[in-house]
Ligand binder design. Structure first.
Ligand SMILES: [Zn+2]
Length: 377
C-alpha cells in the first residue's frame, strides 16, 4: 500500500507499507547481490547505518546456492537475518548482460551460467518462481533490457514482448502467492518500463503497463551507456505517464547527483553498486564530492572521512588510519569505507525527504549539487 504524503514540484514524498515494514520514500536500496553487502558489511551493520531496503539478485542466487535451498531454510529474510524489506531483481538484466550464448524466444531465454557454464532456461514464470522461493518483499518483473544504443527496429518488438512477459509474471505471481507453502504470500510485483531512448516507445509502454494495476513501476534500461542528459530526458517524458499513486523506481542509478535529479523528476526508489564498489576501492562520498583516501594528502589527516557524519567510521577513526588500513589491504579499511558510503547515501535520502516535506526541494537540489562540485580540501 503506497501513500503519497506530499509533492514538491514533481518530487514525491511517499510511504510504502509492506509485510516487512514501512519504507519511507525517496529511498536508496542497499545492494547485496548475493545476499551480502560486498565489503564484509553484515545485516547488523545495515540496521546501524539506517538501511530501509536491501536488494538481492535473482540470477546470482539462482546459479549459486540456489533459491530452492534458500526456501528450505525459510526464505531470504531468515537466511540472511534481515527483517526489513528486500527487493529482488528479476534476473533479466544479468541474463542479458553476464551470460553468453543466450537465445531469446517468446517463452523466455536460454543461457549459460557464468559460474559453471551449464544451460539454464529463464522466462517470466521461472523468474517469479525463483523470487517466490526467495520470499522477497518486492519482486521485479522479468523483462528484456535492450542496449540504450539499440535500433528502433530492435527495441519496439522487444518492448512488446516485455509487456506480454509482464502479464505472464502477474498471473504467475498471483498463483504462487495463493499456494499454501509460499514463503511470502504478500509478495508485491513491480513492472518495468523499457524503450531505450525513444520517447514514443517509452511513453506508449508506460501507458500500457500503468493500466495493469501493479504495486509499483520501474524505469529500466538506463545507466547502461547513455549520457546523464539522455537519462534525465527519458525520465522527463516517461514518469508523468506512470501512476502517481504508486511507487516509481529508477533501476541501477546512480551517483548522488543522479539521485537528486531523479527525485526531482518523481522517482521514489533507487539502487546502485557505486557506494559499495567505490568504498572497496577507498573512494568515499562526502557533501563536497568524492575523495580518494589513497591520496598522499590524507597521510597525516586526523579528521574523520566527513566531519559531522555519524557513521561508525567517522565517529571513531581518522582519514589517516583508514588510509593506512587500505594501503595495508586490511579488510577493516574496506568495510569502514563501504559503511560510510552507504550511510552517506541513506542519510542523503533522509535530507531529500525532509526537503520535500518542507517544500524547498528546488533550493535544496541547487545547493546540494553546488556543494558536490566544491571540494573542501
Ligand atoms: Zn561517515
Amino acid at each position: 500500500m503506497y501513500e503519497l504524503i506530499t509533492k514538491d514540484g514533481r518530487a514525491k514524498r511517499g510511504r510504502l507499507t509492506t509485510v516487512h515494514g514501512v519504507i519511507e520514500t525517496p529511498v536508496f536500496m542497499n545492494v547485496g547481490t548475493v545476499a551480502a553487502i560486498k565489503g564484509a558489511v553484515s545485516t547488523v551493520d545495515l540496521h546501524e547505518i539506517g538501511t530501509q531496503v536491501e536488494l538481492s539478485n535473482t540470477y546470482h542466487l539462482h546459479v549459486r546456492t540456489g533459491d530452492k535451498l534458500i526456501k528450505k531454510l525459510g526464505g531470504l529474510h531468515k537466511f540472511m537475518n534481515w527483517d526489513r524489506p528486500i527487493l529482488t531483481d528479476s534476473g533479466g538484466f544479468q541474463v542479458f548482460s553476464l551470460s553468453s550464448l543466450r537465445k531469446i524466444k517468446e517463452e523466455g531465454v536460454t543461457f549459460r551460467s557464468h559460474i559453471d557454464g551449464r544451460k539454464i532456461f529463464m522466462g517470466p514464470e521461472e523468474s517469479m518462481q525463483i523470487q517466490s522461493n526467495l520470499g522477497s518483499t518486492i519482486a521485479m518483473a522479468f523483462d528484456e533490457c535492450p542496449n540504450s544504443k539499440a535500433s528502433r527496429d530492435y527495441v519496439r518488438p522487444s518492448v512488446e514482448r516485455t509487456t506480454r512477459w509482464l502479464k505472464r509474471c502477474k498471473v504467475e505471481m498471483d498463483r504462487l502467492n495463493s499456494l499454501p507453502d509460499t514463503v511470502n504470500p504478500h509478495q508485491m510485483l513491480f513492472g518495468i518500463n523499457q524503450g531505450a531512448i525513444y520517447d514514443d516507445i517509452r511513453i506508449q509502454h508506460a501507458q500500457e503497463i500503468a493500466e495493469m494495476d501493479l504495486d509499483g513501476y520501474a524505469v529500466g534500461g538506463l545507466a547502461v551507456g547513455e549520457t546523464a542528459e539522455e537519462m534525465y530526458h527519458v525520465l522527463d517524458v516517461t514518469v508523468p505517464h506512470l501512476p502517481e499513486n504508486k511507487p516509481t523506481y529508477l533501476m541501477g542509478v546512480g551517483t548522488p547527483a543522479n539521485i537528486i535529479e531523479g527525485v526531482y523528476r518523481g522517482i521514489d526508489f533507487f539502487d546502485c553498486v557505486y557506494p559499495s564498489r567505490n568504498g572497496r576501492h577507498g573512494h568515499v562520498y562526502t557533501h563536497h564530492g568524492k575523495k580518494n583516501l589513497f591520496n598522499a594528502k590524507y597521510e597525516l589527516d586526523t579528521r574523520p572521512i566527513e566531519e559531522g557524519c555519524q557513521c561508525e567510521a567517522c565517529r571513531n577513526y581518522s582519514r589517516a588510519y583508514v588510509r593506512h588500513l587500505l594501503k595495508a589491504k586490511e579488510m577493516l579499511g574496506m568495510r569502514l569505507c563501504v559503511m560510510h558510503n552507504l550511510y552517506f547515501y541513506n542519510h542523503m535520502m533522509e535530507e531529500i525527504r525532509e526537503a520535500i516535506e518542507a517544500h524547498h526541494y528546488e533550493e535544496f537540489r541547487k545547493q546540494f549539487l553546488a556543494d558536490l562540485n566544491t571540494p573542501d580540501d
